[in-house]
Design a protein around this ligand. Structure first.
Ligand SMILES: [Zn+2]
Length: 63
């Protein structure tokens, strides 16, 4: 086993131990994979929704 590196097109660099002797370039990784970025966006969206709800919660309470 040898430590090799693989590089993603998003400039992320990973290292791993492998029997493969060469460094690898990959097109997608957990940093730029749509599933992960989508999840992140969803989290951001839910955060926004929460602050939105808070804003209107106080608004309706005042009324
Ligand atoms: Zn990537």
């Amino acid at each position: 086993m040898k430590k090799i590196f693989f590089f993603c097109i998003c400039n992320k660099k990973y290292s791993l131990f492998s029997n493969y002797e060469k460094n690898i370039t990959i097109n997608i990784c957990k940093n730029c994979h749509p599933y992960y970025t989508k999840k992140k966006n969803l989290l951001d969206a839910s955060k926004k929704m929460k602050s939105f709800n808070k804003k209107y919660e106080t608004f309706f309470k005042k009324k």
